[in-house]
Design a protein around this ligand. Structure first.
Ligand SMILES: Nc1ncnc2c1ncn2[C@@H]1O[C@H](COP(=O)(O)OP(=O)(O)OP(=O)(O)O)[C@@H](O)[C@H]1O
Ligand SMILES: [Mg+2]
Length: 275
């Protein structure tokens, strides 16, 4: 069983920023050609933005563009008015990206344990930020982070390549959360988590929201409806953004998902789920 201590890890580091603002101006995302143009978003912490949309419309690309892994065709990304567009090093000072693990196919790799993986991430981050931390303080923070995401002590010395999909998902969350960045990008954080685990991860996310901006891509909007502030819906070349009640309706979803959207009594369902 996981140790269920959902103690907030917010502001336990010295570099914790009080309020953070993320501004996206006329952004065009894509690779050879733009997938979506003119994306404009302005968020201030605490904030959770849910991003949904069919496969291949550009949700992951959007997150990767925000953190500078992919350069935009046009437009700018600002954090607290600092231009971080296409600059992953600078973006990394403010944000962490937890990748979409359903696409993570590697089963073998260099030998590294769960503990070392997170410790290594924190060490690199501290170095990048020019900060020093006592070994005992690092250990305290890593343990607290493992408790937060539900990684049991029995896993700490295990090779990361022997973890289950759900354990790996939690590990990647731990690696991002240990740095306590003010902006967290979660790409399908529940894709390999069992139903009980999903509720635990949602609890973690709602605690983290206290002082952060969190962007979450997901194929099942209902799971996050209780905790998100706004929903962004990506379609082919278009996007909609608004309060859940404004955009999660048969008109908007029907335009994006076509016949996959059904209305049942007062509820709208998207029934061609991912995977
Ligand atoms: N490195 C790349 N080079 C060129 N095209 C890419 C690259 N990565 C992704 N794509 C393409 O860009 C489009 C958007 O991909 P993206 O991963 O952003 O979609 P997504 O909305 O996250 O989909 P999913 O719901 O399946 O995760 C897809 O058609 C994909 O094949
Ligand atoms: Mg994706």
């Amino acid at each position: 069983m996981h140790t269920k201590i959902y103690k907030p890890i917010v502001c336990m580091h010295s570099w914790c920023v009080e309020i953070v603002a993320l501004k996206v101006v006329d952004l065009a995302i894509g690779y050879e050609k733009p997938l979506i143009r003119n994306i404009n978003v302005e968020l201030e912490s605490p904030y959770i933005l849910l991003i949904i949309g069919p496969n291949g419309v550009g949700k992951t690309t959007f997150l990767k563009t925000l953190i500078g892994f992919v350069r935009p065709h046009a437009g700018k990304v600002y954090v607290n008015q600092i231009d971080i567009t296409g600059n992953s090093e600078l973006a990394g000072v403010f944000m962490d990206y937890v990748p979409q693990l359903s696409r993570f196919t590697s089963t073998t790799g260099f030998p590294i344990t769960v503990w070392e993986f997170v410790e290594f991430g924190l060490t690199i981050h501290l170095k990048k930020m020019g900060l020093r931390m006592d070994k005992s303080e690092m250990q305290r923070i890593i343990k607290e982070t493992f408790n937060t995401v539900g990684i049991d002590k029995s896993l700490w010395d295990r090779s990361i390549w022997k973890l289950s999909g759900g354990e790996m998902q939690r590990l990647f969350m731990a690696r991002a959360l240990v740095n306590n960045q003010p902006i967290i990008l979660l790409d399908e954080p529940l894709s390999s988590i069992d139903p009980e685990g999903k509720m635990e991860i949602i609890d973690v996310i709602s605690i983290l929201k206290k002082d952060k901006i969190i962007l979450i891509t997901c194929h099942d909007p209902e799971i996050f409806l209780g905790i998100c502030d706004n929903v962004m819906i990506f379609g082919r070349g278009v996007y909609y953004i608004g309060k859940p009640m404004e955009v999660l309706n048969i008109d908007v979803l029907g335009r994006i998902y076509g016949k996959s959207v059904i209305k049942f009594k007062d509820h709208v369902h998207i029934y061609d789920h991912h995977n």
